[in-house]
Design a protein. Structure first.
Length: 112
């Protein structure tokens, strides 16, 4: 989230555009974590250094794969990727993990 906001601001400065001003609610929702305490996130990242680096490495690989697919016009790869990740996201919603309720709203009976 912090990176997305930083990239949008960099784009604004480089292109002299108002990308953040005219961004839609999706950008706001996607980047809401960037409004949280930077000290907390610094501590989370450094306390969990190995796991954070592993996830960032995988994230970077995913971004490179998307760049490659776009660059080469590999629509099949893009479609398959978006289809797979949409299914994962829908699974998160179906599992009730899209709520702020404690334990994502699951009851003890749900966990069995």
């Amino acid at each position: 989230a912090y990176t997305m906001v930083g990239v949008a601001d960099d784009l604004r400065r480089v292109t002299d555009s108002e990308v953040i001003k005219y961004s839609a609610a999706g950008f706001r929702d996607f980047t809401r974590i960037a409004a949280s305490d930077p000290t907390m996130w610094r501590d989370v990242f450094l306390t969990n250094k190995d796991a954070t680096l592993e996830i960032l490495g995988r994230f970077t690989e995913e971004l490179f794969a998307l760049q490659r697919a776009i660059r080469t016009g590999d629509g099949d790869h893009l479609h398959a990727y978006f289809t797979r990740t949409r299914a994962i996201r829908r699974g998160i919603i179906q599992a009730g993990q899209d709520t702020a309720a404690p334990d994502f709203g699951r009851t003890k009976a749900d966990k069995k």
